[in-house]
Write a protein that binds this ligand. Structure first.
Ligand code: MRU
Length: 352
């Protein structure tokens, strides 16, 4: 299931705000509309946002090349558009990583005309997309090694095909382990306030015939206490240099519960989510979303009028609570500061 792909000159997205009730495809060829799609979460999930950002830079380049002939002025204007794209959401670093990769590619070809740079950028965005699928497959292979036979896995939010170019990170591990006959069942936290677990994770797994049981977020501890869960596998929006990991709000609570019950807490994420320039979790900007998301769901208000709410979209799980980080290059164990650096400073090439 590909949530975002390029076809016939347009970027096509499954509108994830409508799933699973309706599967509506939306088409984009203006980078400003892609920014809106990221903000409104028509596309969401760190790697899928990164892929969308890469193509958004392409559309910006095409528009700018139509009116700016001078390569220097063109590159400056492209940088400005990329900054607008990067500001769409603050936490998932894949967005910044992809936009920066695109502008760096453009600048490394400053001898070309704007039209030539635009053509080259389309190929670069295709690479971002294709590499993401390869990385998810490799994460799946590496993570499956950690899953014991007959496991019940808890996951939070959606780190599946819908959150990536295809296959998924946390659900990539689930899919690969399931193919090896190791997964008995997946417990999916519903993930308030936007219900990515109920609407997206349960939907994807059910479509694939992988046994899934939906629970509300506040049931996870009780399921662990009753020994119904063997390990936790979640995705990530940004992994700091020391291993502190930002992911969907509620992940931290799950990690605390996993530690209390002696369960492994695995993070599954590609190198594009590892941000060695951010030292620790305290340095990660946490997106605060509109409070209306907490007051109700689907346009139906469940809370009384005139009350206050909080709506941080992400939290940070401290590295001490993480058993291992599963990446396309291998499984990273503590000490994360040393081991992440070893794996991701020198060679960012993709594992096939
Ligand atoms: O707000 P969202 O739906 O974009 O948040 C998504 C998550 O937190 C995912 O768990 C994370 O991006 C990992 S996706 C492979």
């Amino acid at each position: 299931m590909k949530p975002v792909y390029y076809e016939n000159g347009k970027l096509v997205m499954i509108d994830q705000t409508l799933l699973p009730g309706e599967k509506i495809l939306r088409e984009y060829d203006d980078y400003r509309d892609i920014i809106d799609a990221i903000k409104t979460m028509i596309v969401r999930g760190a790697p899928a946002i990164g892929v969308s950002a890469a193509y958004a830079v392409c559309f910006a380049a095409k528009e700018l090349a139509g009116r700016i002939e001078d390569p220097g002025l063109f590159l400056d204007a492209l940088d400005q558009a990329a900054e607008e794209i990067k500001a769409a959401r603050p936490t998932a670093v894949n967005l910044m990583w992809a936009a920066d990769r695109m502008t760096a590619a453009a600048r490394s070809h400053s001898d070309m005309t704007p039209e030539e740079i635009t053509a080259m950028l389309k190929l670069e965005a295709d690479d971002v997309c294709d590499e993401d699928i390869k990385m998810c497959r490799a994460i799946g292979r590496n993570g499956a090694e950690l899953i014991e036979p007959d496991s019940t896995i808890l996951t939070h939010c959606n780190a599946g095909a819908l959150a990536t170019a295809d296959y998924g990170t946390a659900l990539g591990v689930v899919r690969a382990a399931y193919e090896q006959g190791k997964v008995k069942r997946v417990y999916a936290d519903e993930t308030r306030p936007l219900l990515q677990g109920a609407r997206l994770t349960a939907y994807e797994l059910h479509e694939d015939g992988i046994p899934v049981t939906l629970i509300t977020d506040n049931m996870a501890g009780w399921m662990m206490k009753q020994k119904r869960i063997d390990c936790v596998v979640v995705g990530a929006d940004r992994i700091a240099a020391n291993g502190d990991t930002a992911n969907k709000i509620g992940t931290y609570s799950v990690a605390v519960l996993a530690r209390h019950h002696g369960l492994p807490m695995y993070i599954a994420a590609p190198g594009s989510t590892v941000d060695l320039s951010t030292a620790a979790g305290d340095d990660i900007t946490i997106e605060e979303r509109d409070h209306s998301e907490v007051f109700g769901f689907g346009g139906v208000r469940t809370a009384p009028e005139d009350i206050d709410a909080e709506n941080p979209a992400f939290d940070v799980t401290p590295h001490e609570l993480i058993t291992a980080i599963i990446t396309e290059k291998g499984v990273v164990y503590p000490p994360f500061d040393q081991n992440l650096k070893k794996l991701f400073t020198t060679d960012m090439s993709v594992v096939n």
